[in-house]
Design a protein around this ligand. Sequence first.
Ligand SMILES: [Fe+2]
Length: 285
Amino acid sequence: MGGDITGKTVVPLVSNAAGNYHFNFQGQEFDDVKPSELPEFEKRIMNIGLYPYRTSESEYDSLRSETGKVSALFDRLMIDRLNAWKELAEATLGPLGVKCYWTGGNDDKQEILDAVSSSEHFVNVDGKLAVLESGHEMISLGWSTPTPWKTPRECDEEQLASRLQPLVESLKAPSTCIFNVHVPPFDSGLDVAPKLDASFDPPKPVVEGGQQVLIPVGSTAVRGFIEKTQPLLMLCGHIHEVKAEVKLKRTMCINPGSEYSVGILRGVIVNLTKDKVLSYQFTSG
Ligand SMILES: [Fe+2]
């Protein structure tokens, strides 16, 4: 699970004097919703990566008056969600003996990631080398190059290279390893995104001749390390618009894309032998 795993919005579900709830979800106002109807809405809200939060009118007013309180609530909900996933992994993957290796992405705050400890089947491998059950070494990094969104874990190409360098050097068998790096290699076809004008808040897509202008936004440092090391497999994400695979020299590079905002979780299943990518299959659900 390769990063950008925390949500961006809390949806307050505010109870009224009668004990029913009022909230705004996807631009629609919901009023006088009975508590028995709430779990279905909460599920819909959670499925698109947001955080439902049941609250009272007085707590809601107090949250609105102090931004610090909102930020503390946000942090708590993010940590709670990650811990709930950890419990889910232990309950579902544990009996199968399958591990979920995860990293944060550039969108995820370091202090939130640090607040969630690994467990046997939910292992944070960000900035680490992990040896998979198959024997393949995997190095992982969730940071990205600068974005117009000024997200929490961005750095320039040089700093990204200095984060990757020790990981690459720690590999015993580089030719059979996996790069699990959030940001795609530059100009690989896996990093195509709309060009944004950052002078607007939020940044606005640049349009020319009625068409959105698309540009490569990946990392030259990541591409350099792939071409030099030529790992067996490179897994990336970060750019939601692309669902594709590409070969850079001998390395199969895959970005499954993202549609989380419409409630779809995308992924890829890759079949490996020791030194070959046998097959892969994109998944969504
Ligand atoms: Fe990202």
